[in-house]
Design a protein around this ligand. Structure first.
Ligand SMILES: Nc1ncnc2c1ncn2[C@@H]1O[C@H](COP(=O)(O)OP(=O)(O)OP(=O)(O)O)[C@@H](O)[C@H]1O
Ligand SMILES: [Mg+2]
Length: 381
C-alpha cells in the first residue's frame, strides 16, 4: 500500500492598507493543499501625521519627490513593525514565513489613463530587509499590462473561498470603496466583480470635518439624519454608477472635491442629513448593482469595516429584502481581515507561479501571475 506523506503547512503574511487610510491590517495564514487557515491577525492605526501625509499624497498635494520617497520608506517601517508584532504573538519566526504579500498604500489609481497605471507605495525591498522575509508587492501592474483595470483583485480570492455549488452568493467588501464579487452557483459561470462606488470614504471625510471623528461608529450619526432625495439623485447621476464593468475607482474620483461639487446647489440639508444621504448613496449604488448582476436568491456576504456600520447594513437589507445578508464571520473569516488574507493568498499564488487575476473581472486579456518578488538584501538581517 502506498502512503503519501502529509504536505507541510506553508506560511504567508498579508498586509493591507486600503482606501480608507485608517491603518494597516495584517494576517498570518497557513496554506496546506489549498486549505487556508488564518492563524493570527493584527490591526494598527496610522498616526494622525502619517495619515494626513498619505491623504495629501493621494490628493496630489505632494510637493516633492523627496516627500514621496520618505513616505514610501516610512510606510515600509510601519509595515515591518506590524509584521514583527504579528510574529511575536505567534510561535513562528521570519524564517518560517515564505513571503509577505504587501498591497501597499494606493497613491494614485488611474486605470483609464493613457497609459494606465496604479501606484502603491511602501518600499518592498526595505520591508524585506527589515523583516528578513521575502516580499511580494506591486500586484496590479501585471494585470494592467494585459489590458486589465488592475482592480479589484479580491474577487479571485472571494471565488476561491466563498464560492458554493449549493447557492448563489455575492461578496461585498465595504472599505473606503465598495467592491462586489458575484459568485454564481453554476460553477461554469464567470465571476462578475467590480467597484460599485464609495463605501466609507465619503462618510469618513464628512464626519471628520463636522465632528472631528475618524469614522461614524455603527453609523449612529447617519441614523440621526434624514436622507435628502434631491442630493441623493444628484450624486447617483454620476456616470460612474451607470458604467458597465470592468471598472474600478478610488479616492481619485470619490473625494472631498467630488462631494463639494455635488453639494453646491443645495443649502437646506444639515450635516447629519448629508451623512444619512452618503450612507444611502453607498447602499443604493451597491444594491442597484447587486440587483442588476446577481440572482435575487443570493446570499450576500459582507466584509470590510463597513460591516460594522449597523445603519448601512440595515438599509442594505431594506433595499435587498430577498437576500440573506451575513458577515464573513459566519464563514469563519473575520470581516476586518479578508483583504489582508487575500494578499497573503496572492503572495502564495505568486510564489507558485499561479495566476492571480480574473479576466472576467478586471477586463484583462488573459490570466497572469501577479506581483513582484523581492528577497531580503544580504547583510541587512
Ligand atoms: N464600528 C464601525 N462602525 C462603522 N464603521 C466602521 C466601524 N469600523 C470600521 N468602520 C469603517 O470601516 C473603515 C475601514 O474599513 P477597511 O479597513 O475595510 O477599509 P480599507 O482600509 O479602505 O480597505 P479597502 O478599501 O482596501 O477594502 C473605516 O474607515 C470606517 O469607515
Ligand atoms: Mg483599512
Amino acid at each position: 500500500m502506498r502512503h503519501t506523506l502529509p504536505m507541510a503547512d506553508s506560511y504567508f503574511i498579508g498586509l493591507m492598507s486600503g482606501t480608507s487610510v485608517d491603518g494597516i491590517d495584517a494576517a498570518l495564514i497557513s496554506i496546506n493543499h489549498n486549505k487556508i487557515r488564518c492563524l493570527a491577525t493584527q490591526s494598527v492605526e496610522f498616526s494622525p501625521s502619517l495619515r494626513s501625509a498619505i491623504l495629501d499624497a493621494c490628493s496630489q498635494n505632494l510637493a516633492t519627490a523627496d516627500e514621496a520617497a520618505q513616505l514610501d520608506h516610512q510606510l515600509a517601517e510601519d509595515y515591518a513593525k506590524v509584521v514583527h508584532s504579528l510574529l511575536a504573538g505567534s510561535t513562528l519566526s521570519p524564517e518560517n514565513i515564505i513571503a509577505i504579500g504587501s498591497h501597499g498604500q494606493t497613491i494614485n489609481h488611474a486605470p483609464d489613463a493613457r497609459p494606465p497605471f496604479s501606484l502603491q507605495i511602501g518600499n518592498a525591498q526595505h520591508l524585506a530587509n527589515l523583516t528578513g522575509i521575502a516580499v511580494v508587492s506591486d500586484f496590479r501592474s501585471a494585470d494592467m499590462a494585459v489590458g486589465g483595470q488592475g482592480a479589484p483583485l479580491a474577487p479571485a480570492f472571494h471565488n476561491d473561498i466563498f464560492r458554493s455549488e449549493e447557492e448563489n452568493r455575492v461578496v461585498a467588501n465595504l472599505g473606503g470603496i465598495a467592491n462586489i464579487s458575484v459568485l454564481a452557483q453554476d460553477k461554469d459561470a464567470n465571476v462578475i466583480g467590480f467597484d460599485t462606488g464609495p463605501a466609507n470614504a465619503l462618510m469618513d471625510y464628512w464626519i471628520n470635518v463636522h465632528l472631528g471623528k475618524r469614522y461614524d461608529k455603527s453609523g449612529r450619526w447617519a441614523a440621526s439624519g434624514s436622507v435628502d432625495q434631491d442630493v441623493l439623485s444628484t450624486m447617483l447621476a454620476d456616470p460612474y454608477f451607470q458604467r458597465p464593468p470592468p471598472k474600478s475607482t478610488g479616492r481619485e474620483h470619490f473625494n472631498s472635491h467630488w462631494l463639494a461639487t455635488m453639494l453646491k446647489p443645495f443649502s437646506k440639508p444639515g450635516p447629519a442629513d448629508i451623512q444619512a444621504t452618503l450612507c444611502e448613496l453607498t447602499v443604493v449604488s451597491l444594491s442597484n448593482d447587486i440587483k442588476r448582476y446577481a440572482s435575487d436568491d443570493s446570499r450576500l456576504i459582507l466584509c470590510g469595516g463597513g460591516t460594522h456600520n449597523v445603519t448601512l447594513v440595515r438599509q442594505l437589507q431594506q433595499h435587498l429584502p430577498s437576500l440573506t445578508i451575513e458577515s464573513s464571520s459566519q464563514f469563519g473569516i473575520d470581516p476586518d481581515y479578508v483583504e489582508a488574507i487575500a494578499f497573503a493568498w496572492l503572495a502564495h499564488r505568486q510564489l507558485n507561479k499561479l495566476s492571480g487575476n480574473l479576466p472576467s473581472v478586471t477586463g484583462a486579456t488573459k490570466e497572469v501571475v501577479l506581483g513582484r518578488l523581492v528577497r531580503p538584501a544580504l547583510g541587512q538581517l
